[in-house]
Ligand binder design. Structure first.
Ligand SMILES: C[S@@+](CC[C@H](N)C(=O)[O-])C[C@H]1O[C@@H](n2cnc3c(N)ncnc32)[C@H](O)[C@@H]1O
Length: 215
């Protein structure tokens, strides 16, 4: 399986994360994603974008369930890992692309579902808004986005605040990586103004998991 290369602006930081730690070997799918995929009873296998796929726990699950999946990430190291994990599993393609580089190389209304777990907050607020607008463009009408956004900074690293909702890790495995926060549920909801929000749950990692439908 080939990895389509599109752009790699901030790939280095994430390659370092994936090369330097085993903490990112997240194998078990997020329970909210697993529940959603199991609940989809479309008459046909839907098309899924796993945006910021990391080590591909959701790509693999969706492909094994018969969805047609595109796994997109900025990190070639992560994508190489996903490619190995997918060997023998049909229905997935890989794309190296920076989510800040808009438009993504997809047509309008290409996907039934976009999954972005612990990904889109790795940019400033304007980037988060632009990514959500792009997700809206590539979803078919009625399609779903499942996006998680942190309600707080994790303990461990030292944080430098860029503004009251944006911080950058000053040390630790994610040194130099931006984190945008949604402290309250409403601040997460309001980012999805062009969608119909179906549910918001706070997961065990204190991320808001927003399930939103494209109108
Ligand atoms: C915390 S990990 C989450 C991985 C995966 N979604 C999961 O739930 O296992 C964040 C992922 O976002 C990717 N990422 C961060 N910034 C990105 C960007 N600008 N464009 C594309 N992917 C990015 C990272 O490479 C990493 O794989």
């Amino acid at each position: 399986m080939n990895i389509r290369m599109h752009s790699s602006d901030c790939a280095n930081s994430w390659d370092t994360v994936f090369t330097g730690t085993t903490e990112y070997h997240w194998r078990e799918p997020h329970p909210v994603v697993a529940r959603l995929l199991r609940s989809v009873t479309a008459p046909r296998a839907g098309s899924v974008l796993d945006l910021g796929c990391g080590y591909g726990r959701h790509t693999l699950l969706a492909a094994e369930m018969g969805f047609s999946v595109t796994a997109m990430d900025v990190s070639p190291v992560a994508l190489a890992f996903v490619r190995d994990r997918l060997s023998g599993v049909p229905g997935a393609s890989l794309l190296q692309h920076n989510m800040s580089s808009i438009p993504y190389p997809f047509s309008e209304e290409e996907f039934d579902l976009v999954i972005a777990i612990q990904v889109i907050h790795h940019q400033a607020s304007c980037g988060v808004e632009a990514t959500l607008a792009e997700i809206n463009r590539i979803l078919r009408p009625g399609g779903l986005a499942l996006v998680s956004l942190p309600s707080r900074l994790q303990q461990g690293p030292r944080w430098e605040m860029l503004d009251d909702r944006t911080a950058i890790a000053a040390d630790g495995p994610e040194k130099g990586i931006v984190h945008f926060l949604c402290p309250e549920e409403d601040s997460a909801r309001e980012l999805f103004g062009t969608f119909e929000v179906e549910s918001v749950v706070l997961d065990q990692w204190d991320h808001w998991c927003v399930l939103a439908r494209r109108s």
